[in-house]
Design a protein around this ligand. Structure first.
Ligand code: HEC
Length: 109
């Protein structure tokens, strides 16, 4: 298991939250998204109804630089939907969701 995956799973499990905050990188990356399985659905080829990473990035770009809007998008992502529950979204920590949404808003590079 590589280090970032270890950090990610520690954060996901909700254990040692303070440690997790310290260990978490200051920004998300393709590596983090890959470790968290985002590309399983949003990659290429994408999975059925899932939007591509590029189109998620395009959508998120509207909130670029707007901390409030990015926070709201992160919350919405974690809140999920009763009709389409997506575990990979709902198990994100608030910090991981924000980092990923911010990364998307900056072009997902
Ligand atoms: C099991 C498949 C799957 C995985 C894994 C997955 N997603 Fe999604 N995601 C979807 C689908 C399907 C949608 C389309 C919206 C819906 O049906 O809720 C979506 C929508 C989104 C949206 C748009 C939400 C909105 O408010 O419009 C974002 C942002 C997103 N995903 C980010 C991520 C990130 C970041 C990860 C990795 C932690 C991830 N997704 C992992 C399937 C997935």
């Amino acid at each position: 298991m590589n280090k970032s995956l270890l950090v990610t799973s520690t954060c996901l499990s909700g254990l040692a939250a303070a440690l997790c905050l310290l260990a978490q990188p200051a920004s998300a990356s393709q590596q983090m998204a890959a470790d968290m399985g985002c590309y399983n659905c949003h990659g290429s080829p994408k999975l059925q109804t899932a939007p591509s990473m590029a189109s998620l990035a395009e959508h998120a770009a509207k909130a670029r630089g707007d901390d409030e809007a990015l926070k709201k998008r992160a919350q919405k992502l974690r809140a999920g939907s009763a009709l389409h529950p997506i575990a990979a979204h709902e198990r994100l920590s608030p910090e991981a969701a924000e980092l990923l949404v911010r990364w998307l808003s900056e072009g997902a590079k």
